[in-house]
Design a protein around this ligand. Sequence first.
Ligand code: PRP
Ligand code: MN
Ligand code: MG
Length: 181
Amino acid sequence: MHNDIEKILISKEDIEAKCKEIGAALTKDYDGKFPLAVGVLKGALPFMADVLRYTDTHLEMDFMDVSSYGGGVRSSGEVKIEKDLDTKVEGRELLIIEDIIDSGLTLRYLVDLFKYRKANSIKIVTLLDKPEGRTVDIKADLVGFEVPNEFVVGYGLDYQEKYRNLPYVGVLKPEIYGGEA
Ligand code: PRP
Ligand code: MN
Ligand code: MG
């Protein structure tokens, strides 16, 4: 599997250091509060687990599954709820956790949904930000790393459901996805 990777963009060590840094920031931000951490399945899973283990405050975890990519490389522009939260959002401090913001469609949709459901506050934390991919206006409150407009996989990020279990973020060899990212 590692043979499919052209280069490592962000190492396991860099990811761990960043999770500690962001966890410390969240610990301060949510001091004395009881935020609802919302992981966006499936990509956010490794980052959510790692960043929250360094967040030293009481918190609740829940998950949304929304999809925008439909298996391909490019975003289809559609967002669909596959699994909704089990938790009531009204009056809560929400912390949305993502692996990457690309077009911004997924997060734009979620932020609007949680505003409609009357969240008291909404913060976004993302491991990766790909500003060049943006088609709608959305910004994270905390960003781990900016990435160039390349097809990145690993540490939650997939190509056709593969590579999520890589411990680093890397760039896929073009011959694997057959062309331009
Ligand atoms: C990917 C990624 C983000 C979203 C970012 O999820 O994990 O959630 O796309 O793209 P956007 O900013 O253009 O909306 P995907 O829908 O592929 O589902 P997955 O997390 O299960 O891979
Ligand atoms: Mn995702
Ligand atoms: Mg995906």
